[in-house]
Design a protein around this ligand. Structure first.
Ligand code: C5P
Length: 257
């Protein structure tokens, strides 16, 4: 069942895919109020960690303070820590304990880590919600079939969705192309659906393969859309990142009404 009463712009999750807390803060300052949530992922986490450890960083404490302020500025209901945990259940469980102690709204686990690993994350979720990454949107059909997934994306995403539901996860991350299949399975109705791989018609697809436009994804049943480069690096004809976010929110609004 789609989450109701969510403002169209609040359905946009902006990934802070940059390599410093300073760049991330600039995006947060620019786009707060124009998107609903900010996602902190592997690029930013490891870049900050690396910058703190290099010997030339004379002011590591200052840099840590800056990072803490960044986290505060996106805290509360607006934080998605894209942890992409994929490990044995004990490790996933312990990492989840640390992550949930930060009070983020969402964090995630690769569903391919298995039922027990997802259960371990759910057991230690605290007040956070656990989402399951299924098949990355950068993986095409052939690669999905030939890799450890061993089948076409649709079938694997449905399999993972049922596993996530069984483990008590709050939601699923998949391509918008799999949404029709998920929405046909009403026992999965209470899973929140978050879709990356979203590209407005005016944007380049970059490395994403299984994509849809924001309007199509919303019509197909997505609750939240993760949209990065089309907003942070919009084509000149669209204007600034704020213009791009507004255009996408309008498209979401039109699809909902
Ligand atoms: O710039 P773009 O819109 O492609 O950014 C997509 C974001 O969503 C990235 O931060 C990426 O890590 C994340 N993501 C994804 N596909 C998944 C899960 C997460 O692209 N299946």
């Amino acid at each position: 069942m789609r989450q109701k009463d969510v403002d169209p712009k609040d359905r946009i999750i902006l990934p802070l895919d940059v390599s410093s807390a300073q760049e991330a803060q600039k995006l947060v300052d620019k786009l707060t109020g124009h998107v609903g949530m900010f996602k902190i992922g592997l690029e930013l986490i490891y870049s900050i960690m690396a910058s703190l450890l290099v010997e030339e960083n004379a002011d590591a404490i200052g840099a840590l303070r800056f990072f803490r302020n960044l986290m505060k500025s996106i805290s509360g209901a607006h934080e998605f820590l894209d942890t992409k945990l994929a490990d044995i259940p004990n490790t996933v469980g312990k990492a989840s304990l640390a992550v949930s102690s930060m009070g983020v709204k969402f964090f995630n686990v690769h569903a391919s880590a298995g039922l027990k690993a997802i259960e371990a994350a759910v057991a230690n979720r605290g007040l956070s919600q656990v989402l399951g990454v299924t098949v990355l949107t950068s993986i095409g059909e052939e690669e999905c079939r030939d890799s450890i997934f061993g089948d076409v994306p649709g079938k694997k995403v449905l399999y993972f969705a049922k596993m996530l539901k069984k483990a008590g996860a709050s939601g699923i991350i998949c391509s918008p192309q799999e949404l029709v299949l998920l929405r046909e399975n009403h026992e999965l109705d209470d899973l929140l659906i978050v879709t990356p791989g979203v590209r407005p018609e005016w944007a380049s697809t970059d490395d994403q393969k299984r994509v849809m436009t924001p309007g199509e994804a919303i019509k197909a049943g997505a609750d939240y859309l993760v949209i990065g480069r089309p907003i942070t690096k919009p084509p000149e004809s669209v204007g600034s990142p704020v213009d791009a976010a507004k255009r996408i929110a309008d498209e979401i609004q039109a699809a909902l009404s």
